[in-house]
Design a protein around this ligand. Structure first.
Ligand code: PMV
Length: 339
């Protein structure tokens, strides 16, 4: 990807999309393959400069600015020329598995690099990953890559597709490659349980789980399934993608990341879906559903009846962007719709 983040003065507006993981969450932390979709629902920031030497404000509050770890790690890495006033509007529920932290971090980092005179998108990918990882303590670059690149991506030590960038891993693990896959153009439905998940806790628990004798085998199986998923997406084979989602779901249950509310939502869409699975860390959070064609709204209603919050979504082709704010009303975000 050759496009650059343009230079931008203050005030400015930035946008970054959320994401849903289609295959390979958790295993990707160990360098296995994952497939992620950037979603047409995301986070909008409006940033202006403040006079003086304070630490800046987040939605009008200095305390909220100090308490936001993603804001703090980003500002530390790329200090702005003056304190900032940050206003955030997001369509992504927090701790839902839909990439709200990554969209916030990538949107903010786009703005900070824009203020520094611009940067390659590869640099934005690296800096967003570092800031999110530092704030979270664990994790892979799946979420931040989707927020930075948009579209459909594969991530992992092998990552089939058109190569975008490579990001370093720690502890002697292989680097993560990030590549672009084609978007088949389908409509998906996401169902949020309303139960916030804690990524770091679940990732650490899975780290313990895969130390069991069958752990390495399970990770290899998830990797092989995600690679088949890449082929199925490239072929635009909806039935194969759905079948692989269902298989991946069984693997995720074996990893121990389900939750009674996730099980409820999964049951509610069983008869209407080509495929369905947990998306993200699990232990709460969301499911992603590939509906039978034409059944998108019925899937949304089923999720709603089961007590979840449905979103009918498509893939967002564009990643994080920044533009100067010229005053007057801003166009609303590109809009995931509540079903
Ligand atoms: O934070 P979540 O729920 O979107 O989960 C991210 C996906 C994991 O594979 C569980 C962790 C990671 O950083 O890859």
């Amino acid at each position: 990807m050759t496009d650059r983040i343009p230079p931008s003065g203050l005030p400015l507006a930035s946008h970054a999309p959320g994401k849903a993981i289609l295959f390979g969450e958790h295993a990707v932390v160990f360098g296995k393959t994952a497939v992620v979709l950037a979603l047409d629902m995301g986070t909008d920031l409006e940033i202006s400069g403040l006079r003086g030497t304070g630490s800046g404000t987040y939605n009008g509050s200095e305390r909220a600015a100090r308490a936001n770890p993603y804001l703090q790690t980003s500002l530390l890495a790329h200090p702005p020329p003056q304190p900032l006033d940050l206003r955030c509007r997001s369509q992504l529920p927090r701790a839902s598995g839909l990439g709200s932290s990554a969209a916030f971090t990538a949107g903010l980092m786009t703005a900070l690099l824009g203020m520094e005179g611009g940067a390659e998108r590869t640099t934005l990918a690296l800096e967003s990953f570092r800031a999110e990882r530092q704030a979270q303590g664990v994790g892979s670059p799946v979420d931040t890559s989707a927020a930075v690149a948009g579209g459909v991506l594969s991530v992992g030590a092998r990552a089939p597709g058109d190569k975008l960038w490579e990001l370093p891993a720690e502890d002697g693990r292989p680097a993560w490659h990030v590549a672009r896959l084609p978007d088949p153009g389908w409509t998906w439905v996401v169902g949020f349980t309303g139960v916030p998940k804690d990524t770091a806790t679940v990732v650490r628990r899975v780290g313990e789980r895969v130390k069991a004798p069958d752990g390495p085998r399970l990770l290899e199986q998830i990797d092989s399934l995600a690679l088949q998923g890449c082929d199925a997406l490239r072929a635009g084979d909806r039935a194969a993608v759905g079948r692989l989602m269902n298989e991946n779901q069984r693997q995720l249950v074996e990893l121990g990341i389900s939750h009674p509310r996730l099980d409820d939502l999964m049951r509610s869409v069983e008869k209407l879906a080509v495929g369905a699975k947990i998306t993200g860390a699990g232990g709460g959070g969301s499911i992603i559903v590939l509906p039978c064609p034409g059944d998108e709204l019925r899937v949304g209603q089923a999720i709603s009846h089961a007590g979840g919050v449905p979103f009918v979504v498509k893939v967002a082709a564009r990643g994080a962007s920044v533009q100067p704010l010229t005053g007057g009303p801003q166009p609303p975000g590109t809009g995931g719709r509540r079903a």
